[in-house]
Design a protein around this ligand. Structure first.
Ligand SMILES: *[C@@H]1O[C@H](CO)[C@@H](O)[C@H](O)[C@H]1NC(C)=O
Ligand SMILES: *[C@@H]1O[C@H](CO)[C@@H](O)[C@H](O)[C@H]1NC(C)=O
Ligand SMILES: *[C@@H]1O[C@H](CO)[C@@H](O)[C@H](O)[C@H]1NC(C)=O
Ligand SMILES: *[C@@H]1O[C@H](CO)[C@@H](O)[C@H](O)[C@H]1NC(C)=O
Ligand SMILES: *[C@@H]1O[C@H](CO)[C@@H](O)[C@H](O)[C@H]1NC(C)=O
Ligand SMILES: *[C@@H]1O[C@H](CO)[C@@H](O)[C@H](O)[C@H]1NC(C)=O
Ligand SMILES: *[C@@H]1O[C@H](CO)[C@@H](O)[C@H](O)[C@H]1NC(C)=O
Ligand SMILES: *[C@@H]1O[C@H](CO)[C@@H](O)[C@H](O)[C@H]1NC(C)=O
Ligand SMILES: *[C@@H]1O[C@H](CO)[C@@H](O)[C@H](O)[C@H]1NC(C)=O
Length: 792
């Protein structure tokens, strides 16, 4: 510190020097414009700065708003003598000049500004200790309805002067639900969401709030505070949806016509209407008194109700509260005549319907409101065309529209169609509608033949299948081209074999009698035929087919020479393969339809037929069993160390049972039994074993008998030759020469010519030529003329 000794007593406490500029040091410098900031409220005097000027200066002069507080010493010390109060004077403007010994200014004056800085030395204070306000029920949450206001003299640019509001008590307070809120900066009081929804003047019309205000942003425990009491009156909300409005349709006017109104709680609002769904034309308006009008006639049949909203906005266009729903119902007047269901309504009725039968229901429409006299309809028949056989054939039920047969059954022959005019009326209007009634034919006519007898017809029996031999005709009085008048012809007698058929021409109902299967003089030379004509549809009850629906016809068939006919198309026979030449294989037989003689020989104008003859050859057990393979080269190494054996297989060329051959095996002579043994393994295999080891080094021929189980059994003797030889590395070492004359084993191959298992099916075509002769001949005389196997 560079404080001069003679000022010591003045400046014992801390200097509240915050800023300075342009000085040499922090607390001293040349004379020039400067600004100092000094906190208010400091009790003791303070040194601010020491000015240093040119050497000629011997004194300084302080002028301006010194208020007797700021002083300067001849040596340039600027100081203040008592505490400042920002709330009294926030800024002091001073001037300092340097003087010479003559009191003349040698430097300056320069401006010196003292800014007084704030300390929190003032409490916030509400302007009123009690506030009163009111709010409408259902006011929009957050929209201020009153303010509280506190002031604090401290610098509002510092926390010292910044106030925060807070509601600390709400009375009554149920379940801790706050209905009111305060803007902590502005003191604006508004409803909370709950308050907007739940406040109800009927339940509780007044509330009291305790509001606290704090300075230092409310954040500091050193902050000052104040409270105030706020009384709030909850008032009824007159912004309410009006009752649903009813407007009679098509009112004459003049328009617009006021239909209802809405009103906001305060004046100076802007009203408007909002549609729910966009209508092509919106026929309502609202004025700035809140009166709602319909602007044009409404039509209930176009739209019987409207829903839209009335909206209140403040001058800034902001919604004041939720919009109100306006329901408009358009009431009916009888402004629509009845309408016919279609240009013409068609009913159908059958000929034989009885009186009172329901023909159909006629339903006209009326667009006016259902269930009112405006739309209840009455029906009346006002005209019937034709009036034949009489007028008033039909009636209609006055309210139901049901048409009934009034007087008698209808006949299509009298009139196939009636045109009726029906008058339909509501309370005020009458409409004429057309109804057409068509009479439908029923099957009440039977087909009637144009004649009951179609005479005699003689045909050769070879008349071609498909030929038309007769045209018959019946007619039916029912409606043409229906199942009631179409005719089907049946042959009910004289054609049990079904040789004939009748096709109907659908346009003319003519019946074409045709041959379906060949006629046969020999079977039936005369057909006494009865035709019946019928409808596909059944006849109505009470009507029966009678003799007029039947016709007769006599068909005589004449004989024609025909070829002989085999009794079968294929003949079959079996014979054993060893059958002797001349063995009879079987019979074929044929007949002539006319009973003429059949001859195997061809001649003259004879007619011939062919048939097939299948011959099956059967096997005979005529082959002996034999070895299946060549067994030469079998050897046992000499001398034997143990008895040896080998397996061989036999076969047979005859046909075998499905189990395969069942051979038995035996040594041919008893002399072999001391050295050898044959044992059967299965039907085809056997084992030949040595009984000991004591054999010479040579070739042994062992003759074995193999027998089959055929009828009669066959036995084959086969020779198995086994060489006993010295072995080198398991191979027989056979001295050259000893093997000459190899054994010829199983030489049964030569018999292969007779070994076919099944000789196969040989197709023989038998040609039988028969000579035709007049007169009777016994068919047993027919003989096979040629039997020729076709196989190789
Ligand atoms: C609060 O009162 C002061 C002093 O009367 C005034 O300047 C200020 O606008 C008021 N504030 C509000 C929100 O009314
Ligand atoms: C004042 O209100 C604002 C906004 O609601 C909030 O963010 C802020 O924290 C509040 N201040 C205090 C001191 O409660
Ligand atoms: C009838 O009015 C209702 C409600 O205003 C609307 O939703 C509907 O589309 C209207 N119908 C016609 C046919 O205009
Ligand atoms: C019924 O009216 C139609 C025209 O709508 C006409 O063609 C028909 O001939 C009329 N029938 C009778 C029986 O008059
Ligand atoms: C048809 O033939 C029979 C004899 O078979 C004869 O009695 C009858 O008169 C003949 N009818 C006609 C129409 O020729
Ligand atoms: C068969 O019945 C019809 C009417 O259905 C009648 O016209 C005809 O005379 C009858 N024929 C005989 C043979 O009775
Ligand atoms: C062949 O015909 C004769 C005489 O009808 C008959 O006795 C014999 O059994 C027939 N033979 C065969 C194989 O059908
Ligand atoms: C018979 O026995 C031999 C040898 O054991 C064998 O190979 C063959 O398959 C057998 N044959 C039958 C039909 O079992
Ligand atoms: C073995 O039989 C074959 C023919 O069966 C014969 O040629 C050969 O001489 C016979 N050998 C002996 C040693 O009997």
């Amino acid at each position: 510190m560079m404080i001069q000794a003679h000022l010591h007593s003045l400046f014992l406490l801390t200097l509240y020097l915050i800023t300075g500029y342009g000085q040499d040091g922090k607390f001293s410098g040349p004379l020039k414009p400067m600004t100092f900031s000094v906190y208010e409220g400091q009790e003791l005097s303070q040194l601010l700065f020491q000015f240093k000027s040119s050497p000629s200066a011997v004194d300084f002069k302080l002028t301006g708003e010194t208020d007797g507080i700021f002083k300067i010493q001849p040596d340039g010390f600027l100081y203040l003598t008592k505490a400042l109060d920002r709330e009294t004077t926030a800024v002091y403007n001073l001037q300092v000049a340097a003087l010479d010994a003559h009191g003349a200014t040698v430097e300056g004056p320069v401006p010196i500004t003292i800014e007084v800085k704030d300390i929190n030395d003032n409490r916030p204070m509400f302007l009123q200790s009690n506030y009163e306000g009111s709010v409408r029920q259902n006011s929009r949450a957050g929209k201020p309805f009153m303010y509280v206001n506190a002031t604090d003299l401290d610098d509002p640019a510092t926390p010292n002067g910044q106030l925060v509001y807070q509601i600390i008590i709400q009375l009554p307070n149920i379940n801790n639900v706050m209905y009111f809120q305060i803007n902590n900066k502005t003191g604006a009081i508004s409803l909370t969401q709950e308050g907007s929804q739940e406040l109800d003047p009927v339940k509780n019309p007044s509330y009291n709030l305790m509001v606290l205000v704090k300075d230092l942003d409310g954040q500091n425990e050193n902050s000052f505070s104040d409270t105030t009491s706020v009384d709030i009156l909850v008032k009824e909300n007159i912004w309410k949806a009006p009752e649903p409005v009813e407007i009679e349709e098509n009112s004459i006017g003049p328009y617009p016509i006021k239909i209802t109104q809405v009103q906001w709680n305060e004046p100076d609002v802007q009203y408007s209407l909002a549609e729910v769904a966009k209508l092509p034309r919106f026929p309502f308006s609202i004025d700035q008194e809140g009166d709602i009008y319909v602007t044009e006639p409404l039509d209930r049949e176009k739209n019987d109700s409207y829903v839209f909203y009335a909206v209140a906005k403040d001058e800034k266009g902001k919604l004041l509260a939720r919009p109100l729903k306006i329901n408009v119902k358009v009431t009916d007047i009888n402004d629509n005549p009845p309408t016919c269901p279609s240009a013409k309504t068609v009913f159908e009725v059958q000929e034989n319907e009885i009186i009172g039968s329901n023909i159909g229901t006629f339903i006209a429409h009326d667009m006016d409101q259902e269930g009112t006299a405006n739309s209840i309809l009455r029906y009346k028949i006002v005209e019937q065309i034709p009036k034949f056989p009489k007028d008033g054939l039909f009636l209609v039920q006055t309210y139901g529209g049901v048409f009934q047969l009034a007087q008698q059954s209808l006949k299509k022959q009298y009139a196939p169609q009636y045109n009726l005019t029906v008058e339909v009326s509501d309370k005020d209007f009458k409409t004429l509608c057309s109804v057409e009634i068509n009479v439908i034919d029923i099957n009440d006519e039977i087909p009637i033949f144009e004649k009951s007898n179609y005479g005699n017809l003689t045909l050769a029996e070879d008349t071609k299948v498909g030929s038309t031999i007769l045209i018959i005709q019946a007619t039916d009085g029912d409606e043409p081209f229906t199942g009631s008048s179409n005719i089907l012809y049946h042959i009910t007698e004289g054609d049990s074999e079904g040789l004939l058929e009748v096709d109907t021409d659908p346009h003319t109902n003519a019946g074409y009698v045709k041959i379906k299967k060949p006629l046969d003089f020999e079977t039936t030379p005369v057909h006494n035929i009865v035709f019946k004509a019928e409808n596909p549809e059944p006849l109505v009850s009470g009507i029966e087919y009678n003799s007029s629906s039947f016709a007769t016809f006599k068909l005589t068939v004449t004989d024609v020479n025909e070829p002989p006919i085999f009794s079968q198309q294929v003949f079959q026979a079996k014979v054993y393969e060893n059958a002797k030449i001349g063995t009879k294989l079987g019979n074929v037989s044929a007949k002539d339809p006319e009973g003429l003689e059949i001859s195997p020989l061809t001649g003259g104008s004879s007619l011939a037929s062919t048939a097939s003859f299948h011959l099956t050859l059967m096997d005979v057990n005529d082959n002996a069993p034999r070895l299946a393979k060549d067994y030469t080269g079998v050897f046992f190494c000499h001398p034997l160390k143990a008895p040896e054996s080998f397996i061989f297989e036999a076969t047979d060329d005859d046909q075998q049972s499905f189990r395969g051959p069942q051979f038995t095996f035996a040594l041919r002579s008893e002399s072999l039994q001391k050295d050898w043994e044959v044992s059967k393994i299965n039907g085809t295999h056997a084992r030949l074993s040595s009984r000991h080891t004591d054999f010479e080094e040579k070739v042994y021929n062992i003759s074995v008998l193999i027998s089959d189980v055929g009828q009669p059994p066959m036995q084959g003797a086969v020779s198995l030759s086994i060489t006993f030889c010295s072995c080198v590395e398991g191979r027989c070492f056979r001295p050259v020469g000893r093997l000459r004359g190899r054994p010829t084993v199983g030489m049964a191959v030569g018999t292969i010519l007779t070994t076919l298992l099944v000789m196969g099916i040989i197709l023989a075509v038998v040609f039988i030529r028969m000579k035709m002769n007049k007169g009777k001949a016994n068919t047993e005389n027919a003989q096979p003329s040629e039997v020729r196997p076709l196989s190789n």
